[in-house]
Design a protein around this ligand. Structure first.
Ligand code: IYR
Length: 222
């Protein structure tokens, strides 16, 4: 007996070249407006929008289609507060002791510090976990392939979907993030990958005046 799945027709949409060009230009313009935001409003965000963006993220390609991710959406104020407290404790240790001079110098232009009020203020925190291995119903472990790549792609798609929907995000990586397993009651096979802060920006939010590399700085054609 073959383990191969039945096959179905591909649902592919082809655009004429001029429309393809317009779409590529428009999508780039959209993504170029995305910025990591650190000043969040406490305005509520419709849960259904988050759900659709998560569905989009869940469509990401993954190693052997194992979809080795789990997303915990935190809207509960008490839980957000506990996450903030735990994250700030790690961040204080990072900024005061753990970070090398070189790392602190790299971060200095961004003006970040150990204070993370946005973790309480933003309406949603999405904790993203990478499943290092799967667990079958009988308890045996299922090896996962390309877990980091897969979860990274899904996270990128989630960030793009949220931005496209009109929401601001911040990729936050308190290090280490083990406290997320404890606070969010996630099992040992799940490794915290990233904490995504989601909401509207504060009306007077500012961002550092960064520059993005130009195409010829990061692309080679052969
Ligand atoms: N996790 C810390 C430090 C930090 C590290 C990098 I690399 C950044 O791009 C930004 C911050 C923090 O969140 O402040």
């Amino acid at each position: 007996m073959s383990d191969e799945l039945p096959r179905i027709p591909l649902q592919f949409v082809e655009y004429p070249p001029d429309e393809m060009q317009r779409r590529a230009v428009a999508f780039n313009a959209l993504l170029q407006r995305r910025r990591s935001v650190r000043h969040f409003s406490d305005r509520a965000v419709p849960r259904a929008v988050i759900e659709h963006c998560l569905r989009a993220a869940g469509s990401a390609p993954s190693g052997a289609n194992q979809q080795p991710w789990h997303f915990v959406v935190v809207g509960d104020p008490a839980l957000k507060r506990r996450i903030r407290e735990a994250a700030e404790a790690e961040e204080r240790a990072f900024y005061e002791e753990r970070a090398s001079e070189e790392w602190l110098e790299a971060l200095a232009p961004l003006g970040t510090d150990a204070e993370k009020p946005f973790l309480e203020r933003a309406p949603y925190l999405i904790a993203i976990f990478a499943k290092r291995y799967g667990v079958a119903p009988d308890g045996h472990h299922i090896k996962h392939y390309y877990t980091t790549e897969s979860v990274g792609i899904a996270t990128g798609m989630l960030i793009a979907a949220l931005h496209h929907a009109g929401l601001a995000t911040l990729t936050h990586t308190p290090s280490p993030m083990g406290f997320l397993n404890r606070l969010l009651e996630r099992p040992d096979n799940e490794r915290p990958f990233l904490l995504l802060v989601v909401g509207y920006p504060e009306a007077d939010a500012t961002v550092p005046d960064i520059q993005r590399k130009s195409l010829d700085e990061f692309v080679t054609w052969r």
